[in-house]
Each structure stands twice: as C-alpha cells, then as structure tokens.
Ligand binder design. Structure first.
Ligand SMILES: Cc1cc2nc3c(=O)[nH]c(=O)nc-3n(C[C@H](O)[C@H](O)[C@H](O)COP(=O)(O)OP(=O)(O)OC[C@H]3O[C@@H](n4cnc5c(N)ncnc54)[C@H](O)[C@@H]3O)c2cc1C
Length: 367
C-alpha cells in the first residue's frame, strides 16, 4: 500500500488522513504548528450551502453537510458538530435577494422555510423582537456549525488509531521530484521524507509549502475578522444571521460574532486586541439584538485569511505533469472537509475519479 504524506493538519488534512488510513494507506501528517493551528482554528465554520453557486458547488457543499451528519453513525457521537439550523433576517434592501435565494434553494431541494416572530422566539428566546421588526425570517433547519479544532483532533486521533503518524512543528519546504514524479517531501530542517504521494492541505500557505517545486495555485485569499464574547447570559443554540451582525455559540456560553463589512476594516498585519474599536462596535451591534447580555466587552478579536482559489471554487486533485502530487485548497472547508476527505482518499488510494470533483480540478488554472 502507498506511502502518503499529508501536509497540513487543519480540517482538510486531518479528514483526508483519516480516510486514507481507513483505506489502508501508510499515512504521515506533517504540520508546521499544531493540529488546527491554521485557518481552521479561526473560522466562523457555519456548515451550509446557502450561497453557493454554481449548482455543482452547491451540491458539493450539500455533500459536506450530509457527511457531517453521517459521521454520527461512524463515531457514535460527534460533539464537534452542531446541526441546530440557522435563522436569518435581512434589512429591507436585502429582502428581495433573500426571497430569491430561499426560492432557489427550495427548488434545489434544500431545507429552507419562512417562520414568524413567535417561532423565532421559540427557537431563540433571547432575541429582542424589536431588532427583527417586521422583516421576513428564514429558517434553514439543516444548517449548523463546526468546532473545527475539536473535529480536526478527532479525525487525527482516528487516523492515528489506524496507524497514521503525526509530526507537528515540522515545516515542509518543498517536494522532492525526480523526472516529473514526486518522491517525497523536504522539511525546513533539511530532512527528506520519502513518499509515493504528497497531499498538500496547507490552505492559504499551499504555495509557500512547495517552495517552487510544483506549479503554484492562483489564490485570492480574503481577510476575516471575528470577535468573541465572554460567557454571556443567553441560550443561543444556532447560527443567527442579521443585518447588524452574524453570531453563533462558541462554547461555555461564549458567542462568536462576524460582521461582513468589518473584514475590510482590518488587515492581516494588524495586532488584534479585544480593546480595538472594530471589536467594540461589533459587540455593540450584538447587544442591540440580545439586550440581556449588555453591558459587555469583547473577550478576544482575531484576524485570519480565507484560503480561496482565484475563481472562488475548490481546487481538489492532481496538477498536470506532476505524478504523485494532490492538492486540496478550498474556502468553506468547515462544511466540505468530511466529504472532500472521503472523495480525495477514494481517488488517491483506489484511483477512482470522483465525478463530484470534475468541476473543481486544479488543472483548470494551468490550461
Ligand atoms: C473568518 C473566516 C470565516 C470562515 N467561515 C466559514 C464558514 O462559515 N463555513 C465554512 O465552511 N468555512 C468557513 N471558512 C473557511 C474554512 O475555515 C477554511 O476553508 C478551512 O478552515 C480550511 O482548512 P484547511 O485544512 O484547508 O486549512 P488550515 O486550517 O489553514 O490548515 C492548513 C495547515 O497547514 C499548516 N501549514 C502551513 N504551512 C505549512 C508547511 N510549510 N508545512 C507544514 N504545515 C504547514 C498550517 O499550520 C495549518 O495547520 C472561514 C474562514 C475564515 C478565515
């Protein structure tokens, strides 16, 4: 059976490592920091296919949602995944789009319905009805969110039980290539690790990782800004999307909050501090929806970057003219990871081309 190195232990790397190990491959995961130490550790991680187009990308995300739900059968319990749905209301200017989106999603067989204010308050009693006003309220019962680091650790633990090795604090610096075929991986410390296949799951670092030894994937990362509250007296159970901000539980009564326009108010170089004005503004927005949690200061603020291939879609598969190299870079990785991990392992170990991945081949960038 093949010797496979997976670089990167985020949600993608650990998912594929688990599936590869389950298929009998000899797997080594090489991770520069720790499991979940990259983008997966700072992600809103809403599992959904709410705004995904074209249809093939929507379907891929639905596969991810189903794969999260199916893990329950495999693992008995999946404490890392919370399939408790999502509620959404919009400002008047966005309501036509919201209606069109809900209609399209229903046509595509996605669970989406309208609820009234009474039903919203049954789901989330801490929301101030005045913050909703007479806005239409959409309910997506199959959406959820992931604790990505808990998930990645669970996948890595399952892979290790099947014999996979994990090397943390080991930074890859390039592939070892002979005659167009990958023979292994070079680490920053100068070590050479032999392998039949190298799977690059290093997200937004995926080009740095290979140091020019394979074609670079064109990426268009975007900056994300997340704010975290201390534990608050509110029983929020699900993802809540509003004109003021989006939020969800983040453990022990904490909430994770995102407001789209604030992404443009930070840069990756900024030193994030809970006292920064952008964080205070976001918490202020939150307290207008949940007045019972005021007064409140942010507990943490974090800036991170989304690993997005240039056309916005996933890049999953080999790159042309290089045997033994497989790339997995995508946004929406929190949603997609369990499905992509299984599909990629199927392709790598069994040599089966998965038709679901046809539109997402890295080769489209190298035509
Ligand atoms: C603000 C924000 C919000 C998001 N919201 C959502 C959402 O709501 N829903 C959703 O589905 N997705 C969301 N995403 C996207 C999702 O988080 C990512 O797609 C996913 O985490 C990517 O996982 P990954 O395993 O590919 O990458 P990562 O988690 O970044 O893992 C890559 C790993 O590679 C390691 N590494 C880097 N360089 C090297 C090297 N040279 N050698 C060895 N290891 C290396 C890193 O340390 C890291 O651990 C969001 C992302 C952000 C930033």
């Amino acid at each position: 059976m093949a010797d496979i190195i997976v670089i990167g232990a985020g949600v993608l790397g650990t998912s594929v490592a688990y599936r590869l190990a389950l298929a009998g491959a000899k797997v080594t995961v090489v991770e520069a920091t720790r499991v979940g130490g990259g983008t997966s550790g700072i992600s809103f991680a809403w599992t959904n296919s709410s705004n995904k187009a074209p249809r093939a990308y929507h379907d891929l995300n639905v596969s991810g949602m189903k794969a999260h739900a199916a893990l329950k059968e495999e693992f008995g319990a999946t404490p890392w995944w919370h399939g408790s749905g999502r509620v959404e209301w919009r400002a008047p200017a966005g309501q036509d789009d919201q209606r069109a989106k809900l209609r399209r999603l229903r046509e595509w067989g996605y669970a989406a319905e309208w609820i009234d204010a009474r039903q919203l308050l049954e789901l989330e009693p801490d929301i101030d009805p005045a913050a909703v006003g007479d806005a239409p309220i959409a309910w997506y019962p199959d959406d959820g969110w992931l604790d990505p680091v808990v998930y990645a650790h669970a996948m890595m633990t399952a892979a290790r039980r099947l014999g996979a090795r994990l090397r943390t604090q080991t930074k890859a610096s390039g592939l070892v290539v002979e005659g167009g075929t990958v023979k292994g991986l070079r680490t920053e410390a100068g070590e050479v690790l032999g392998a039949d296949v190298v799977v690059n799951c290093t997200g937004r670092w995926s080009n740095d990782t290979i140091g020019g030894t394979a074609p670079n994937l064109p990426l268009a990362p975007t900056v994300g800004f997340l704010v975290f509250t201390p534990p608050v007296p509110a029983s929020i159970q699900r993802v809540v999307a509003t004109p003021l901000c989006d939020f969800r539980p983040d453990g022990a009564g904490r909430l994770m909050v995102h407001w789209g326009p604030a992404d443009a108010m930070v840069t990756p170089e900024i030193t994030e501090q809970p006292g920064m004005a952008q964080a205070a503004d976001i918490v202020d927005r939150l307290t207008r929806i949940l007045p019972g949690i005021a007064p409140l200061k942010p507990e943490a603020a974090r800036v991170t970057q989304r690993p997005i291939p240039k056309d916005g879609l996933s890049a999953i598969g080999p790159v042309p003219h290089l045997t033994g190299y497989y790339v997995m870079v995508t946004h929406s990785g929190a949603t997609l990871a369990p499905a992509l991990g299984a599909m990629a392992a199927d392709e790598i170990v069994r040599g089966r081309e998965r038709p679901e991945l046809e539109s997402f081949r890295p080769a489209r960038f190298f035509a």
